[in-house]
Design a protein around this ligand. Structure first.
Ligand SMILES: CC(C)(COP(=O)(O)OP(=O)(O)OC[C@H]1O[C@@H](n2cnc3c(N)ncnc32)[C@H](O)[C@@H]1OP(=O)(O)O)[C@@H](O)C(=O)NCCC(=O)NCCS
Length: 183
């Protein structure tokens, strides 16, 4: 019902349980593209799996925790952004994202993440937002850099995938840095 315009034909809105069929159809287009780079629990294979992800986020949102948002381009769900973690008491959150391959390269995720960061820092008064990605996920680290985040460290051989353990980068931005970056 409520949505935020990212640009003329792209909108950001809460991704909820009633979107399960749309979300499952979108995952059919996105699954193999995102599989190497996101948590395995997000890469579901059917409608029930898609619904379970939406339910998990709905329950976390009810407790003021994680939140999930979809990006619709010309009325089609093409990806999204989320608060993987959101801890108001601690003043900290973690942001994540994904897109189906056909819509990469247009700045949709950077724009959507800006909306989440603005809400986290300006509306909710958080102090710190984190971004974690596989160290060889160049498109993801480029988003973190575009958002003004700092690479704080690397967890070595943290991320098992395809028989190899990959390094994980940890990026973050603090509230004053966000304000400076966006003045
Ligand atoms: C990570 C991922 C979401 C990044 O998608 P993306 O399209 O590269 O990111 P953005 O939406 O920010 O778009 C940036 C691109 O759009 C271009 N662009 C065009 N207009 C733009 C604008 N107004 N603002 C910013 N970038 C813009 C940028 O130049 C950049 O293109 P380039 O990389 O070819 O130079 C995507 O690659 C993906 O889904 N990967 C698989 C899943 C994944 O890795 N998720 C993250 C796990 S940590």
């Amino acid at each position: 019902m409520f949505s935020l315009s990212l640009r003329d034909n792209a909108r950001l809105r809460p991704l909820e349980i009633w979107h399960a069929e749309e979300f499952a159809a979108h995952l059919d287009r996105a699954r193999e593209h995102i599989r190497p780079w996101v948590g395995p629990g997000f890469v579901t294979v059917d409608l029930e799996g898609a619904r379970a992800t939406l339910r998990r986020y709905a329950e976390r949102q009810a407790a003021d925790g994680g939140r999930l948002f979809g990006i619709w381009l010309d009325g089609t769900l093409v990806g999204g952004v989320m608060f993987v973690e959101f801890d108001a008491g601690f003043g900290s959150c973690e942001i994540g994202c994904w897109l189906e391959p056909a819509v990469e390269g247009h700045g949709l995720v950077t724009e959507a993440c800006r909306a989440l960061l603005e809400w986290a820092f300006a509306s909710r008064g958080l102090h710190r937002a984190e971004w974690n990605c596989r160290a060889d996920n160049e498109r993801s680290s480029a988003v973190a850099r575009r958002l003004g985040m700092t690479l704080e460290g690397v967890r070595r051989e943290y991320w098992p995938y395809g028989g190899t353990r990959h390094d994980k980068q940890m990026w973050a931005i603090l509230a004053p840095e966000w304000r400076n970056h966006h003045q």
